[in-house]
Write a protein that binds this ligand. Structure first.
Ligand code: ZN
Length: 465
């Protein structure tokens, strides 16, 4: 017991150093989706490798077709049979957007005191550099007190999460053996509220699709031909409008095949949570349509959806141009639940569009890949240990929540490697994730680091022999 107190004291002793190092990392503009970010991505990867090396986790920077992965392992302890824990985080960040919308410099973080809270602002401050720093600092503190890690450790830090993790499947396939673990802790998720932690146990899958409808002719004079020729915008918008019926159900044939209804016990859990709707927070839902028969949380976490993300065609210029456009394009995304496969949904959508196409018009589709939904077991011993650890630190049990979002790695690790995943994070919607003035605070960082130490302790004291 006193050892654990020693680790918590070590976190306090080193806290200023840990915060300053984190600010150094946030100052590196490791934007993964812009070509100009490449050199900084490489710099961030090398910076992390050096930090992991320094705490006794020899690391390598592994090149991929896209951005590199930083991969580290603790040295094998001969004769010790103990679990292997993998920690996942990502070091790439979203683009800044319009710099004029930022009150703080996106890559010059420093601590500012606001109403007694010590905050720091910067792109990546919450998503996800502080997140990965919670477990790196916890591992460092534990090692410095015990001269050993709490288990065999693998750390995987990705550099292209913010652009859809395109190289991840290939990387996982190639490094299968090195990635074998008993549990993967995915530290890229939100808390339930500023005072209550959460473990995410249900994640949706994701499919993107682009559809272009072309008329038999290129652009035409709308006065001459508007009354008689096909208008791709009209055709496309009618197909898009018909994707949902008046009850909010998706009309694509076979869309719900294989989908089981949300289990009663899960519905009951979520009904409890919905009593304090912190998740929806400041978002005004007026005018939105929720599938009939489901609450907002059930629709967000447990029901499949299709969303129209964009439409382009015809006159987009500043002046009038009376044109009958030659083509119209839309981008859509599907959020999947267990039982739905990305390729099946894609082909059902394509058949649906083809069946609605008037004679003489053509359709082209673009899109590949995607991820499936994941439902994680609530019975896992690692999830239970994590629950106890989080409760000890925060004084409240974690909420077992779902999310409408996807974390591609969870599906990869869970399905391809067959490892358990526990999805924990310490960020909040109010951190301005992906928005101007993204922020985080030192107190949550400290509690995040301490949470991991308590989780390590729980895993050790309940180890199966
Ligand atoms: Zn993000």
């Amino acid at each position: 017991m006193s050892d654990r107190e020693d680790v918590l004291r070590e976190i306090d002793r080193n806290f200023d150093v840990a915060v300053n190092k984190l600010l150094e990392l946030i100052a590196i503009p490791s934007i993964s989706s812009e070509p100009s970010g490449e050199a900084d991505i490489a710099r961030a990867a090398e910076w992390l490798k050096a930090e992991l090396d320094a705490i006794g986790l020899p690391a390598k920077v592994v090149p991929t077709k896209g951005h590199p992965v930083v991969l580290a392992h603790s040295a094998a302890q001969l004769g010790l049979r103990r679990p292997c824990l993998l920690f996942y985080g990502h070091y790439d960040v979203q683009p800044v957007g319009d710099p004029a919308e930022w009150k703080h410099e996106p890559f010059e973080p420093r601590i500012v005191e606001e109403d007694g809270v010590h905050r720091f602002y910067g792109r990546g401050a919450s998503d996800s550099k502080s997140q990965l720093w919670t477990f790196v600092e916890a591992l460092r503190a534990w090692k410095s007190v015990h001269d050993d890690f709490p288990a065999d450790i693998t750390v995987l830090l990705e550099g292209e999460e913010e652009c859809g993790s395109p190289s991840l499947p290939e990387f996982i396939e190639a490094y299968r053996e090195e990635l074998e673990c008993d549990v993967a802790f995915i530290c890229d998720a939100e808390m339930w509220s500023p005072t209550q932690p959460a473990i995410t146990t249900q994640l949706k899958g994701l499919v993107h699709e682009k559809v272009t409808i072309s008329a038999p002719n290129p652009d035409l004079h709308s006065g001459h031909y508007g009354a008689v020729a096909a208008n791709p915008i009209r055709i496309l918008s009618s197909i898009l409008a018909g994707l949902h019926d008046e009850k909010g159900k998706v009309t694509i044939d076979g869309f719900y095949d294989g989908v089981s209804d949300i289990p009663e016990n899960v519905r009951a859990q979520w009904a409890e949570l919905a009593k304090e709707p912190t998740l929806i927070g400041d978002v005004d839902l007026t005018g939105g349509v929720t599938e009939e028969g489901y609450s907002s949380l059930e629709a967000m976490w447990g029901r499949p959806t299709v969303d129209i993300n964009g439409i382009t065609s015809g006159n987009q210029g500043p002046g009038e141009r009376s044109v009958l456009p030659g083509s119209a394009t839309s981008r859509l995304s599907f959020r999947l639940v267990p039982g739905q496969e990305p390729e099946t949904i894609r082909s059902r959508f394509r058949s649906h569009v083809e069946a609605s196409l008037p004679e003489g018009c053509r359709v082209e589709f673009e899109g590949a890949g995607g991820s499936s939904a994941v439902m994680l077991s609530q019975d896992s011993r690692f999830l239970k240990a994590s629950s106890r650890g989080l409760e000890e630190e925060w004084g409240m049990p974690p909420v077992l929540r779902g999310t409408g979002g996807a974390i591609p790695l969870v599906e990869q690790v869970n399905r391809r490697l067959g490892a358990e995943c526990v999805v924990i994070g310490f960020i909040l919607p109010s951190d301005a994730i992906h928005a101007p003035d993204e922020r985080y605070d030192t107190e949550r960082l400290r509690k995040g680091v301490r949470s991991w130490v308590r989780i390590f302790e729980e895993i050790q004291s309940h180890a199966e022999v």
